[in-house]
Design a protein around this ligand. Sequence first.
Ligand SMILES: *[C@@H]1O[C@H](CO)[C@@H](O)[C@H](O)[C@H]1NC(C)=O
Ligand SMILES: *[C@@H]1O[C@H](CO)[C@@H](O)[C@H](O)[C@H]1NC(C)=O
Ligand SMILES: *[C@@H]1O[C@H](CO)[C@@H](O)[C@H](O)[C@H]1NC(C)=O
Ligand SMILES: *[C@@H]1O[C@H](CO)[C@@H](O)[C@H](O)[C@H]1NC(C)=O
Length: 772
Amino acid sequence: MAVIASFLFLFLWCSVPLDAHGFHTYIVQLHPHSIPASASATGLQNKLHWHLSFLDRATFLEGGGDASSRLLYSYHSALEGFAARLTEDEVAALRALPGVIAVRPDSRLELHTTYSYTFLGLNFAPGGAWSRSRFGQGTIIGVLDTGVWPESPSFRDDRMPPVPTRWRGVCQEGEHFNSSNCNRKLIGARFYAKGHRINYPEKSSSVSLLEYVSPRDAHGHGTHTSSTAAGAAVPGASVLGLGAGEARGMAPGAHIAAYKVCWFNGCYSSDILAGMDDAIRDGVDVLSLSLGGFPIPLFEDSIAIGSFRATERGVVVVCAAGNNGPVPSSVANEAPWITTVGASTLDRRFPAFVRLGNGRILYGESMFPGNHFSKNGGKELELIYEAGGQKGAEFCLKGSLSKARISGKMVVCDRGVNGRAEKGEAVKEAGGAAMVLANSEINQQEDSVDVHVLPATLIGYAQSTILKSYMNSTFRPVAKLVYGGTRIRRSRAPAVALFSSRGPSLTNPSVLKPDLIAPGVNIIAAWPSNVGPSGLQEDRRKSNFTVLSGTSMACPHASGIAALVRSAHPSWSPAAIRSAMMTTADVVDHLGKPIMDGKEPAGVFSVGAGHVNPARAVDPGLVYDVQPEDYIAHICSLGYNQAEIFTITHRNISCGKLLKGQKQFNLNYPSISVSFTQGRTSTTIQRKLTNVGLPDSIYTVQVTAPPGVTVTVTPKILAFGGINEIKSYTVVFESKKGVQEEGSVAGGQLMWVHSGRKKYKVRSPISVTWGA
Ligand SMILES: *[C@@H]1O[C@H](CO)[C@@H](O)[C@H](O)[C@H]1NC(C)=O
Ligand SMILES: *[C@@H]1O[C@H](CO)[C@@H](O)[C@H](O)[C@H]1NC(C)=O
Ligand SMILES: *[C@@H]1O[C@H](CO)[C@@H](O)[C@H](O)[C@H]1NC(C)=O
Ligand SMILES: *[C@@H]1O[C@H](CO)[C@@H](O)[C@H](O)[C@H]1NC(C)=O
């Protein structure tokens, strides 16, 4: 299987190669209004015929072939349309047919805990998030990922309530998977391989990787994310003895439905859409997608399009922000109806120091079990770097290392190019005794640990510079690894993970993204017992848990917490649930100081509204609600044309009419994003708050104005009578002239503070950008 580390190099949109017959896979979107009455009235089978009628008219079939042989999927819920294999001429013919609104090539996307629930303050206290939501009972989380390992103890259903009667999903049979693998915890499982198979036909595939043609997870990623969202309690969980504790998902009472849309080579849009299409019909409450690509316009983005439909039907869609940080504007999955999640660090450490021959001790981290350390890495060993003269030896690429030179030595490998666990495997294969993984400048002090197949530690960039100059300074450099166990101490955590993708959103800077951050570094969660905890095929050790890092791990934390809020408030809209999570998020770390991003306090474009706080999210006091129509008005205000809006919404909207009388339309978003462009120095926004806390509540505004901006809120006091009462306010932002340069950014906040005993604080981050 692809190595764990590759999740950090996620996110690539690639054009799909032609298959052997000169076909591409395309996703064809149809106009639902042109559905013949017979088809719309009588269900899916007739819709399928209707979809095939388009293929019949546009394809050039030889020898009386059958158009259905070209069809991969027929979609009805996530969008109206189908995926099919077509030539370019056929695409042109399809585009010319009435009723066809868009034809897009399929695209490939990539996959982007024993402890994190305690870190997030989840506990059994009465009035806490778990007690208020009954652990998320009655809620169903759909996870689109690499499938699931159903035997994992995290998916046991011991104290689970029965499957909700509204559930329409299935437990799809396949290779090593049958209906007995589902239970009251894992209530559904399906798989989607057609888009993937086009590119990797079974027989011609040169890749000899293990893969199950079923919902079974041959990779591990989906098992990990599903258990993070809603895994059952597993006492005595550990990774080869490390990080031991009781493993538990965020919503241990919620049900899980696995939709396997990702395979060893990534995830194809056509398969993802098919999974979303079923998940919406099956009746999931929350959809969790730890995958994505680079930012692209919403009307070309299958996840954005499918999740618009899902949101309309009340499903909360939560997505990973991507692992392309700290580059600005790298945030993906940024549609305003999606909850976009960045990653933060925990305060749990796995110290494994490098003690150099000159006595200097360098801090590093590792998850290699200590007792093995003392046998191999714990001895003083000769250090060696770039050992082999071969290209790539500094990265410890497979086959680049010289057995003669590294045998029995401690090999220094630069981070980057290949997977981290893979480097360990390469060193071990070539006879190395231990490994020091050295961060390069771009990784700085980022410290995602891995489970390695030999004694190893990861050191930061500063330490790696010291190590290398020591190696330069002496004829025979030596070092030993000193293992420090698992340590939890109050420290500057959470902090923003270096790799977490940053805003401002490239396609829509008028909405601040990411929305929030959640734990995503060194997360321990369930793992298939036949995939080694390093994620490498060669690794034969067995463990029901492993450690992974990425916004892929942050996303299911937020999905599980969304399920808790949904359980506590079953009637809330997806927007109200997101608002509750955002306005209650923490902006300080566990020491009460500002959340950090490297050496600086974190800005709004890295943390969004802050670090998710489940105990407060289930009882936010006030929420900013959004109706699906408001999202349409919003994309109108962005200047999308009618065809583009149709592609996203499946509705023929006249933006002129919709925005009539509301020239200054503002999406009622829980964060505020202001840009001063084209000489504008003043802007006014409006927001509406719904009282979901206590009747007869008075809230007073407190503003921290972004530097260089004057902020005026009217009114300054909001008095709510009853529950569900709605109050509006306006905010005027004025840029102080001459203060700011083009391209500069600033952050601030606006907070409504409850004057009663509850002391609700409803906080919105403010981002301001100048120019462009
Ligand atoms: C993993 O879980 C299975 C099923 O609960 C159990 O039988 C097995 O002992 C566990 N393995 C380890 C290494 O804990
Ligand atoms: C599912 O597979 C298991 C193991 O092969 C078998 O024991 C069981 O009877 C099967 N269940 C069904 C419903 O086919
Ligand atoms: C070590 O020496 C090599 C070769 O002389 C040089 O390229 C490198 O920059 C040195 N590294 C450090 C950290 O001093
Ligand atoms: C949308 O409506 C306009 C007029 O109301 C019509 O001319 C146009 O064809 C419609 N477009 C679609 C895609 O339905």
